[in-house]
Design a protein around this ligand. Structure first.
Ligand SMILES: Nc1ncnc2c1ncn2[C@@H]1O[C@H](COP(=O)(O)OP(=O)(O)OP(=O)(O)O)[C@@H](O)[C@H]1O
Ligand SMILES: [Mg+2]
Length: 294
């Protein structure tokens, strides 16, 4: 399967490519798949930006109703792999994916599949909170429902907005100012507003790209607490540079690395988080999680 959909998407282009530190060439290691039932089943995934091979040969399973963390040094392809799980990768001009990504057994890249429906099932929260600036708090949460053209009475819409804000642990802070602009909230509140917007359309999976990187320690812990709550209902994949966050918040961890600058990133190993942090199979993983590089 090969896809190429040259359109633009400013959100997807906000990643700033950086050079990763030189890493010892890690031997090719098969990812140890979680033994749980998988939401995603990824086979031989290769991701490209034009002629640049950004990520090579990813094979992984993402467990259902668990939190999976993607870790690894800057530029190794974490965001790229994350975006390929809801077909946001291909909205970048010239970007394409090869390989298979099954969601609940269905190939999300099959030619008969509408990427818009994939993104409805697999919601995404970006690193920088990005509420729609001209919309109120209420409208931000309701935006996805309106985009989906779900026919809904005002009373039903009110209920979904309240449920979603409750789910994102934001309701009590904003219930008296639903008609004020979303951009008037604090950074941590805006991030929770974006989570509320993502869960309002009732996705099956939530992808989060460094959702707490701009937040203070209290707001970070609040987001982690929220992730813990959300995994009852959702499969969650989170990218993080914060090793404590990965070890606290995730059930499984996937470590990505680069063999050398300019080479494609690859999945070094994946296992339950406790194993990755205490007795990983690969030396490069141990070096990374113990802070010896990256
Ligand atoms: N829109 C793009 N166009 C071209 N190349 C890109 C684009 N986005 C990312 N890349 C390149 O793909 C590789 C992987 O980038 P990616 O953003 O996935 O890394 P990352 O692991 O998320 O890094 P970070 O931790 O810094 O966010 C890098 O070499 C990067 O320069
Ligand atoms: Mg990234």
């Amino acid at each position: 399967m090969t896809t190429q959909r040259p359109t633009t998407d400013t959100e997807a282009q906000t990643q700033v490519p950086q050079t990763a530190p030189e890493a010892a060439a890690a031997p090719e290691a098969a990812a140890a798949p979680p033994s749980q039932k998988s939401a995603f089943d990824v086979t031989d995934l290769n991701l490209f930006y034009g002629g640049f091979h950004a990520v090579k040969d990813v094979n992984m399973k993402v467990a259902r109703n668990k939190v999976t963390a993607f870790i690894g040094s800057s530029g190794c392809g974490k965001s790229t792999v994350l975006r390929s799980l809801n077909r946001m990768h291909e909205v970048i001009r010239g970007a394409r994916a090869e390989g298979t990504v099954l969601l609940e057994g269905e190939d999300i890249y099959h030619s008969s599949v509408d990427p818009v429906l994939v993104r409805r099932k697999v919601g995404m929260v970006f690193q920088a909170p990005n509420p729609f600036p001209t919309m109120t708090i209420y409208e931000n949460v309701a935006a996805g429902l309106k985009l989906n053209r779900t026919r809904m009475s005002k009373a039903d819409m009110d209920q979904v907005v309240e449920e979603s804000l409750n789910g994102a642990h934001l309701w009590t802070e904003v219930k008296d100012r639903l008609n004020k602009p979303g951009s008037g909230l604090s950074g941590g509140q805006q991030q929770r507003l974006c989570i509320a917007r993502a869960i309002a359309v009732k996705p099956e999976v939530l992808l989060m790209d460094e959702p707490a990187s701009a937040l203070d320690p209290i707001a970070t812990l609040a987001i982690e607490d929220l992730i813990h709550q959300l995994k009852k209902d959702y499969t969650i994949v989170i990218v993080t540079h914060n090793m404590q966050q990965a070890s606290r918040a995730s059930d499984y961890t996937a470590f990505f690395n680069l063999e050398a600058t300019g080479m494609p990133g690859h999945l070094v190993e994946m296992d339950d988080t406790e194993t990755i942090f205490s007795r990983p199979r690969e030396k490069s993983t141990e070096d990374y999680v113990s802070g010896r590089f990256g």
